[in-house]
Design a protein around this ligand. Structure first.
Ligand SMILES: [Zn+2]
Length: 325
């Protein structure tokens, strides 16, 4: 599904290409403005090569060579300065000077450069399906949810209080996994109430803990099923059946293909529940709508109180709220 080492190498190849293109652009611009520069840089190169050869033959001193180099460098810097550029304008360019875009620093013992660790973290996040690279429990801000009081089952609460409780519940689930009360959770409520964001927080926290998990939309799930059927490539589908924690977002928005959507969705729910694997579902549907949109077989599994914790999200769409300060 995903070759991390190859992806990283491709990323560095792209970086080196970008740098080479910028070097070429600078050279072309500088040489056009000052043709003498081209000759100076070529003669500096000749000097280095010739000087090294001479030294190998025992002729010429290192001191002479360094002196001549310094003079060339001075002339080059002078021409570049006249063009309004710094002295190192035509030197090799690196996006990461620490590792010179190789991903490793240190000689002879190589250490992984910080830039390579950052690429790895970003790819890892993409691998588990995190599209919102920022979403995390740490950055979760309950202040985006309105705090107007309302009464629910005789208890005074607010959308914000409710979100704080749900967040705690999910964080607690992540901390306890795999020793959790219920391995299946259904996040139910209208869109814009923060379900997808919280699923992303769960995926991030679990992967930080080293738990293998995957966040996919119901649309992606059905696409994986179709690839398994029509392109004889069941790898992605099998991963969805096997991954220890699956976070299935936006259930109900997937296209309904005859003999595919309902059949494969049921297979997925059934296989995972039997294997004792953990699955999060999020949906905009009410329980009643789940029963009418899907069949009884699927709905009864999703709403089975013995194995599924239903977490209701109530309130107003936060994307339409003004941020309170
Ligand atoms: Zn680096």
């Amino acid at each position: 599904m995903f070759d991390m080492a190859k992806e990283i190498e491709q990323e560095y190849a792209r970086r080196r290409e970008r740098c080479a293109a910028e070097e070429a652009r600078r050279e072309a611009e500088a040489f056009a403005a000052c043709p003498e520069l081209k000759a100076l840089i070529e003669s500096r190169l000749d000097l280095v090569l010739g000087g090294v050869a001479q030294m190998l033959q025992g002729a010429g001193s290192r001191q002479d060579l360094l002196g001549q180099m310094a003079e060339k460098n001075r002339q080059i810097a002078e021409r570049l300065g006249a063009l309004g550029h710094p002295a190192d304008w035509l030197d090799p360019i690196y996006e990461c000077p620490d590792c010179r875009d190789t991903g490793y620093t240190g000689e002879p013992l190589k250490r992984e450069c910080a830039c390579r660790q950052a690429i790895k973290a970003r790819l890892k996040a993409r691998e588990i399906g995190l599209t919102d690279g920022e979403a995390s429990f740490e950055r979760f801000d309950e202040k985006v949810f309105p705090n107007e009081p309302r009464v629910e089952n005789g208890i005074a609460t607010s959308q914000r209080k409710q979100m704080i409780i749900i967040r705690r519940l999910l964080e607690d689930w992540c901390a306890r996994y795999p020793e959790v009360r219920r391995r299946n959770l259904l996040l139910r409520g209208k869109s814009g109430l923060g379900k997808t964001y919280l699923l992303s927080c769960v995926a991030r926290r679990l992967s930080e803990r080293g738990v293998s998990c995957l966040l996919v939309s119901a649309f992606q799930l059905v696409e994986a099923a179709r690839r398994a059927i029509f392109q004889a490539s069941p790898e992605d589908w099998n991963t969805l059946l096997d991954v220890p924690v699956l976070l299935l977002d936006d259930l109900g928005t997937e296209p309904v293909y005859q003999n595919i959507t309902l059949e494969y969705l049921y297979q997925l729910i059934d296989t995972r529940q039997r294997a004792g694997l953990a699955t999060f579902y999020s949906t905009n549907f009410t329980e009643e709508e789940l029963r009418t949109h899907y069949n009884e077989r699927i709905a009864s599994r999703l709403l089975d109180v013995r194995s599924v914790d239903v977490i209701p999200f109530e309130g107003v769409d936060v994307r339409q709220c003004r941020l309170e300060v």
